[in-house]
Write a protein that binds this ligand. Structure first.
Ligand SMILES: [Zn+2]
Length: 325
């Protein structure tokens, strides 16, 4: 996939003086993994002097077929919750072996947020002085979470959202429905891959239904079991709709405390404005807490009584905001 907004991040990097430890950071949906893949292939490519891979040499072919002997990926092992110190030690040893193809070696940690505290400490040593021709590449979705000691030893490439115009013209080329373009940009909060995903999962239709459901929940409140039955039918859209519920509450807080009307979701502006007028901030915080908690519960555990938990959340919403006294 061609992601034009990523170009500016690598075009000034030179292969011969590239920092040996790189962190690619930025929010989800901006293309961190695509940038990493291009960069990795460029570093490994034995044909090109810059970071644009030739796509023809043995190294490029091996990388593209997922078989490059000098490319090492460190990710979560089955059944584990974090990347263990033993994995880091193992890769430390591998690091001092000669490269099979005689070129560069890469150690790639695509989910560095899953490193345990001890792994971070072990990693520090290698970031400081990796052997010659060795590159370490980390991806992090929130560089705030990375210890400063790690950040200070790496060159950080921080991907930002593209401008609306650039995003719009890219989305048009992906053949998304032109009528829903603005809504996609709004809903994805300007994150291109997220916008595309929303289009592909037909989330614009879901969004209209969501708005209708929430409006009637607030106005009448007699459709709670109906909404519950409908929402729990699909795991993914259930999570998305609960996320949208918390977005609505966040919008109320934005209006109340920051007078920030520009950054609220425009398609639910009627509802959030109505709610802002109707409900005390303390209640908004309480509802937000419950809503986010439920999202986390559903995200982590599929064995919950979803109908019971969702219904209870909707009842809380209705009694806090509903028109019925
Ligand atoms: Zn090549």
């Amino acid at each position: 996939m061609n992601l034009p907004w990523l170009k500016s991040y690598t075009q000034n990097l030179k292969k011969d003086n590239l920092h040996h430890s790189l962190i690619i950071s930025g929010r989800e949906g901006l293309g961190k993994n695509y940038l990493a893949e291009g960069l990795i292939q460029g570093i490994l490519c034995t044909n090109s002097k810059d970071l644009e891979p030739c796509g023809k040499c043995q190294s490029c072919k091996l990388y593209e077929s997922d078989n490059h002997p000098d490319f090492h990926k460190i990710d979560l092992e089955d059944g584990r919750k974090s990347i263990s110190i033993n994995q880091i030690r193992a890769f430390y040893l591998e690091m001092f072996e000669s490269p099979f193809l005689g070129g560069n070696k890469i150690f790639f940690i695509p989910r560095s947020n899953l490193l345990s505290r001890e792994s971070y400490d072990a990693l520090l040593k290698t970031l400081e002085e990796p052997p010659k021709n060795t590159f370490i590449i980390l991806i992090n979705s929130d560089s705030q979470n990375l210890p400063a000691t790690i950040l200070s030893r790496c060159h950080e490439i921080n991907i930002k959202k593209p401008q609306d115009e650039e995003l719009k013209s890219w989305l048009e080329k992906q053949e998304v429905n032109i009528d829903s373009l603005d809504q996609l940009i709004d809903l994805s909060k300007g994150k291109p891959l997220r916008a595309l995903e929303l289009e592909q999962t037909k989330s614009i239709e879901l969004r209209s239904e969501f708005i209708a459901d929430i409006s009637s929940l607030i106005k009448q409140g007699n459709n709670i079991s109906e909404i519950t039955d409908k929402w729990i039918k699909n795991e993914e859209s259930l999570l998305l709709q609960i996320e949208w519920m918390s977005d609505l509450l966040m919008d109320i807080l934005r209006m109340r405390f920051y007078e920030d009307e520009k950054n609220i979701f425009s398609d639910t502006a009627n509802i959030s404005t109505y709610m802002e007028d109707k409900i005390e901030p303390i209640e908004v915080f309480k509802l937000l807490d419950k809503t986010i908690n439920l999202w986390n519960k559903f995200y982590k555990n599929n064995n919950l009584r979803q109908d019971y938990h969702l219904q209870s959340l909707l009842v809380d919403w209705n009694s806090a905001i509903g028109l019925r006294s």
